[in-house]
Design a protein around this ligand. Sequence first.
Ligand SMILES: *Cc1c(COP(=O)(O)O)cnc(C)c1O
Length: 428
Amino acid sequence: MHSFHYTNGSLHCENVSLAQLAKEHGTPLYVYSAETFRDRFTRLDSAFSGIDHEVAYAVKANSNLSVLRLLAELGSGFDIVSGGELYRVIKAGGDPSKCTFAGVGKTRAEIEYALQQGIYSINVESEEEAAFISQVAVEMDVIAPIAFRVNPNVDAKTHKYISTGKSENKFGIDFEFILEAYERASKLPNLNLKGLQMHIGSQLTSVDPFVEAVEKVGPLAARLKADYGIEFFSIGGGIGIIYEEALASGKESWWTEQPEDSRPITPGKYAAAILPGLEKLGLKILLEPGRFIAGNAGVLVTRCLYEKKGTTKTFKIVDSGMHHLIRPALYEGFHEIVPINEPSGAIESVDVVGPICESGDFFCQNREVSSFLPGDLIALMSAGAYGMVMATTYNSHPLPAEILVDGDDSKVVRKRQTLEDLIAPEEL
Ligand SMILES: *Cc1c(COP(=O)(O)O)cnc(C)c1O
C-alpha cells in the first residue's frame, strides 16, 4: 500500500487529487494521508504486541493538532521536547499521563507545567537537571517521575547532524557515569526513579546499531530494575524510512515485509532483532518513533515558476524552498521529486531551487527527474516528518497551508498564513 499514487494520470493522496487540492488551496501546500499515519502506528504497535510496551509518537516530527488527535485516537503516547509540545498534545486531546519529556534544556516553567499535568516521566539529560527537578518538585510538593537518558556511545551510522548516541553528542549521560547518576539521584527528595531512556539517532537504515545499543544498555536496565525498581526502558526512536524512488520505481512502499533483504528496516525486522534482548528484562518498553510514523505520510506540493538555463545547469525555480522544507539544506536530506501529472518518461538533469536568497536553498542538485515545465505542479515526497515543523517565514514568505486527507475527505488542518498574520505580533 502506498497512499500516494497516480490515478487517471494525476497524483492522488488516497482518493483525493493533489491538483484539485492545489487549485482550491493554492501552493505551496503540505498534504498528509491519515491512512499512512494509522498504518505506520498500527504496524509498529502490533510488532511489539508480545510484550508490555507503549508507542510514544515523537511530536517534534509533525506536531499539527489534527495529526496529534488522530494518533491520540489510536491510543498513542507522546514523546515531547518542550512545554509547547505538551500544550499541543493536551489541546489535541492526548493524555499527559502517556507523555515523556525529553531534551537537554528544560526550563523551570516547562518542568512545573509537566509536573502539574501529571506526565508519565521526565527524561533527564544531566545530573544538574535531576537536582533542579528535585528542587522544583519539593517546592510544588509533588513527586517527580524521572528517567535518565543514557548515552550508550553507539554509532548510529546516520548523518552526523542526526546522530545522538555518541559520547561527543550533547545528549544524555555517558554510559560510564550512569550508575552514579542513579545512585546520587536516589538520595534526592521528591524524585521517583521510574525508568531508563536512550535514543541513538534518527533515520537509521540498519537494525545493527539498535541491536548493539540494546545489548549494551539492556543489562544496565536490568540492574536498575533490581536496585531502584524502575518500571520502564525507553529505546527511543530513529527507525529510518525510504526516501528514494519509492513512487517513481513503482515499488511497493518501504515497509513491505518482502523481500526482506531489499528493505532496510521494517517493523517486523526491527522487533525480531531487538525483542530477544528486551523480553527478558520484564520492563515496560517504550518506543519513540517520529519519522517512522510521519515521514511517508506527507508531501509538499509546489508549483514551478520559471526555468533558467545556465552554461552548466538547468534551474527549475519553484514557489517553495528551504524555508518550508529544510532537510536538503540542513542535513543533505533526499526527497523524491515527481510531477503531479503522471510523467511521460522524459527525464532531465536539474537543480530544483526555491525563491530564498541563499545558495543553500535547493531541493536537489544535478538530479535526473521527470521533466516538468513552468506552471506545472510537483510533489516533494515523504515530507511528512521534519517538514512543516521546521518551516520559517524567512524572507517574509507566509507559511504554507496543511491538508489532512482521509479517504475521500480532505480538511484544512492549518490555514495558509496571510500577510496580516505575518506581521501581527510586531509593533510599530
Ligand atoms: C527526535 C527524537 C525521537 C524521534 O526520532 P525519529 O528519528 O523521528 O524517530 C525520539 N526520541 C527522542 C528523545 C528524540 O529527541
